[in-house]
Write a protein that binds this ligand. Structure first.
Ligand SMILES: Cc1cc2nc3c(=O)[nH]c(=O)nc-3n(C[C@H](O)[C@H](O)[C@H](O)COP(=O)(O)OP(=O)(O)OC[C@H]3O[C@@H](n4cnc5c(N)ncnc54)[C@H](O)[C@@H]3O)c2cc1C
Length: 386
């Protein structure tokens, strides 16, 4: 086993780290204060990031993307965790994997412009009545002579305001779910309110309403009835990269700040880092982050080997999200009153961390998946020689 990073990987990480520090970090405060990112500033970071060649890095190079392996991608995603969601979306893009199902005319209309950053898409699965139970959706599409007619609604759709089209899951039969590419501006498609959240300031989360929206046959992504599989396949990768790896990055970032503070802040005539109870918070954080990081890398490696990483990703989702929660909680404690005060970003990191245990499948749902796999296949499944 060789755990060493190649020179190319080290260079890639340094490039992303430098870009985030120089171009994105300075915008964080403003986004937090205003609650949005200015369009002109979004364009600047988008253009600069594209020059680095990492836009749409998850998409194969032959389709115009970055062509990164799963391991290389998560090495970048960990760095992305060092800044806020909306800045990463605008700079590096958020090209959801189901779009790779585009064929024929769909490629020029939806896939290529998205990979090139000329169009943006969001994924719309959740409804007010169907969250964890993603198969319990009510949105449905009925076949007509000219295509489909879409009816229903979605909520909590991240990045909806910036998106030009949506990957929408809809029932196309009693049990069948299909996925459609639904352009903004179609008749009967209206955008509802921006649902204000505890954290992730600057990223809009929208309601979508479909009232007899006419869809052409071309709007169907992948095969009819395969939408649930498509969505779940895509979310698997999203969970590993955008939740697992970013949670590790966020926790590492917070730990760096916690460590600096423990070394600087003095009480009772000595550094607070000299107190064993503070040391324990640092030590537990380092241990847990390190474990989460290796779980992320291992699951990514499995993907690159063509192995089934679903249960490993579920474990990553739970462990990385919960590690982040514990680390930011300790950070508030180590910073004392300054951890709670808005003069420092610690309280923001605390708020932003909470959603990691909820979106892309809650901790409870993933624990259920893990337990079912263990019970069916045996605990030895996770030993390395199996
Ligand atoms: C900020 C944010 C961004 C989001 N972005 C998107 C997006 O871009 N696109 C999209 O489609 N969705 C998005 N979502 C939706 C998100 O994925 C769901 O909120 C999540 O899947 C949970 O669904 P729910 O909120 O309906 O909770 P519910 O499913 O109602 O769950 C409520 C509670 O019940 C528990 N529970 C439910 N079922 C079980 C079970 N079988 N066993 C044990 N416990 C259970 C849950 O774990 C949870 O604790 C976003 C949500 C938020 C808050």
């Amino acid at each position: 086993m060789n755990f060493e990073l190649s020179d190319e990987q080290k260079m890639m990480i340094d490039t992303v780290r430098r870009f985030i520090k120089q171009e994105l970090k300075p915008l964080e405060e403003e986004v937090e204060e205003k609650g949005f990112l200015e369009k002109a500033k979004a364009e600047v970071i988008h253009e600069k990031a594209k020059e680095l060649g990492l836009y749409a890095m998850n998409i194969p190079a032959e389709l115009g993307g970055g062509g990164l392996s799963a391991v290389d991608r998560i090495l970048c995603e960990e760095q992305f965790g060092h800044t806020t969601d909306i800045l990463i979306r605008r700079a590096f893009g958020n090209v959801y994997e189901p779009i790779l199902e585009c064929r024929g005319e769909q490629v020029a209309r939806w896939l290529t412009p998205t990979v090139e950053g000329r169009r943006t898409c969001a994924i719309a699965i959740t409804e007010s009545g169907a969250g964890s139970d993603a198969q319990g959706i009510k949105t449905h599409a009925k076949k007509t002579d000219t295509g489909w007619v879409l009816n229903g609604s979605k909520h909590f759709i991240s990045d909806g305001e910036w998106s030009d089209f949506f990957l929408v899951s809809a029932k196309t039969g009693e049990k069948d779910i299909s996925m459609f590419m639904v352009d903004k501006g179609l008749p009967g498609f209206t955008i509802g309110k921006d649902q204000k959240m505890m954290g992730l300031r600057g990223t809009p989360h929208l309601e979508l309403f479909f009232d007899n929206v006419p869809l052409e046959p071309l709007a169907l992504l992948g095969a009819e009835g395969q939408g649930f599989k498509l969505a779940m396949g895509a979310l698997n990768v999203v969970r590993l990269a955008q939740v697992g790896a970013r949670a590790v990055g966020k926790a590492s970032h917070v730990l760096e700040l916690m460590n600096e503070y423990a070394n600087e802040r003095k009480q009772f005539g000595q550094k607070i880092g000299d107190f064993q109870m503070v040391q324990q918070m640092l030590a537990d954080s380092v241990i847990e982050i390190n474990a989460a990081r290796w779980m992320v890398i291992h699951a990514a490696w499995m993907i690159d080997q063509g192995l089934d990483a679903r249960t490993h990703i579920a474990m990553v989702k739970v462990h990385a999200a919960e590690t982040l929660g514990r680390v930011v909680d300790r950070a508030v404690q180590v910073f004392g009153g300054m951890g709670f005060c808005k003069e420092l970003p610690i309280e923001r990191y605390y708020r932003d961390a909470r959603i990691y245990r909820i979106f892309d499948g809650t901790s409870e749902i993933h624990r259920t998946v893990i337990a079912k796999t263990v019970m069916k296949k045996g605990a030895a499944l996770f030993e390395l020689n199996r």
